[in-house]
Design a protein around this ligand. Structure first.
Ligand code: AMP
Length: 450
């Protein structure tokens, strides 16, 4: 199938040709016809699958068929994203694919002055890309109306919930007219996501391009076991030895991201850190320097890295494993994107072995272990997670997430012994989003030795 078989108009096809895209990705091939038909959509697709064009192309097509309202332009499509970076990138895509169309797009997010955004909205826009908090501020200030919205898109809905945006999303929805087409994109289909979807999607078509929580075959994943204090030196060694020019490195904390970037830079490996404490302009600059290869290593926390779109990113390193296994899938989704090969390496200390088990259960695979390079030592025994490694980007830290409320008992997460390497009970090997501990590895194989 080619884009020209998808009922898209000539200006859109021309924009695709400008970009050199001829063949839709699987999510595009499935989602575009459904959206053009006018149906609500519930789509499971992670970043890197081409999902942005998957909703942007049919959205632009549908907008061309709407009756003009007369008078000033009004927002007719609203796209909500969890982060500023993603909002900016989605808006960039809308502009790219809509370059030969007359629509005006605006992107609004927090962390920058609100007044220019108010002026922009008052001047009239057709497509609005926004993060929820800033949009609510703007709505409170009556900077725009959502009365004319016909298309409402929630992008990376799972991340929105993780970041605590559920109330803001619901508040935004109260400003929308009843009759509209809704699209929800999420990397995972958790219970919370299904509940959210059930609340506002109308008889949606469901599109799923990869089994939820699957990792891409194009990403070669492996592990180095490492002593915590040796990780910076080991990372520097791998970068130098492998002659990696563009490496995205994940840390769990903002502080850790800064420290690591400074340390690598001091050792002659030009690095920058991005996280929630950095101002928008610093983040944009770091990302631009990384894209242009002026910065060799970008160290990021999960939240800051969300939505970073760099095609053909060759190397992703988990300097620390995420304590939420789904984040591993998101992280390594940064490499091996849209057809290119990628490599994802994780440095695993003794106190991270339980996280590794959770990741292997979720992704239903055993991640191969590399030999420890000479001069470095592998940790002797699993130990308890270090509370200082709590994720400091999430409200209240995120040592454990999505677990039952205190007192609810059982289930996922829990900071008690059931989560640590000791005291793990035996359980099934069902994978998926279940998180009961298991003495056996994915697929019921004996527990992998690391
Ligand atoms: P996304 O999943 O939307 O973040 O897209 C991932 C990357 O794939 C972006 O760099 C897109 O520009 C690129 N992309 C999207 N659609 C296609 C396509 N049909 N062919 C090749 N690359 C694409």
């Amino acid at each position: 199938m080619e884009f020209k078989d998808l009922q898209l108009s000539e200006p859109i096809l021309r924009a695709l040709t400008d970009k050199g895209y001829t063949t839709p990705t699987p999510i595009q091939a499935k989602a575009i016809p459904v959206i053009l038909e006018g149906r609500d959509l519930f789509a499971a697709a992670q970043t890197g699958t081409g999902k942005t064009a998957g909703f942007t192309l049919p959205l632009l097509q549908k907008l061309t068929t709407l009756k003009p309202l007369g008078g000033r332009r009004q927002v007719r499509a609203l796209i909500l994203t969890p982060t500023r970076e993603l909002a900016a990138q989605v808006a960039e895509s809308v502009n790219t694919y809509g370059v030969h169309l007359p629509f005006k797009t605006a992107v609004v997010f927090g962390g920058v002055g609100i007044n220019p955004q108010i002026s922009l909205l008052r001047s009239g826009v057709d497509i609005l890309v926004a993060t929820p908090g800033r949009l609510l501020d703007l709505l409170n200030q009556k900077a725009c109306t959502l009365d004319f919205v016909e298309f409402f898109i929630l992008d990376e809905a799972d991340r929105m919930l993780d970041m605590g945006f559920i109330h803001d999303i619901r508040k935004v929805m109260r400003y929308l007219p009843q009759k509209r087409q809704n699209l929800l994109f999420s990397a995972t289909f958790s219970k919370e996501i299904r509940e959210l979807a059930a609340g506002f999607l109308n008889n949606p078509a469901s599109v799923d391009v990869a089994p939820p929580n699957a990792t891409s075959d194009r990403v070669a994943q492996s592990i180095y076991r490492a002593e915590k204090h040796e990780k910076p030196a080991l990372l520097a060694h791998l970068i130098e030895k492998g002659e990696w020019n563009q490496v995205l490195v994940f840390t769990r904390t903002k502080h850790g991201a800064n420290r690591l970037a400074e340390r690598l830079s001091k050792g002659g490996i030009n690095s920058a850190a991005i996280h929630g404490n950095k101002g928008q302009s610093a983040r944009t600059r770091a990302l631009a320097d990384f894209k242009s290869l002026d910065v060799r290593v970008l160290v990021a926390t999960d939240i800051a890295a969300r939505g970073i779109d760099i095609s053909q990113l060759p190397h992703v390193v988990n300097f620390e494993l995420p304590n939420v296994p789904e984040d591993y899938v998101h992280r390594i989704g940064r490499t091996g994107r849209a057809g290119s090969e990628g490599e994802a390496i994780s440095l695993v200390a003794g106190d991270e072995v339980s996280y590794l088990r959770d990741i292997e259960r979720l992704t239903r695979q055993k991640i191969p272990v590399n030999e420890t390079p000479s001069g470095f030592s592998a940790p002797p025994k699993p130990s308890q997670p270090d509370p200082d490694d709590r994720d400091d980007e999430a409200p209240g830290g995120r040592f454990v997430r999505r677990g039952p409320r205190p007192g609810a008992g059982g289930g996922r997460g829990g900071s008690g012994p059931s989560r640590g390497p000791q005291g793990r009970s035996s359980g099934g090997s069902s994978g998926g989003s279940s998180s009961s501990s298991s003495s056996r590895g994915p697929q019921g194989h004996p527990r992998p030795r690391h």
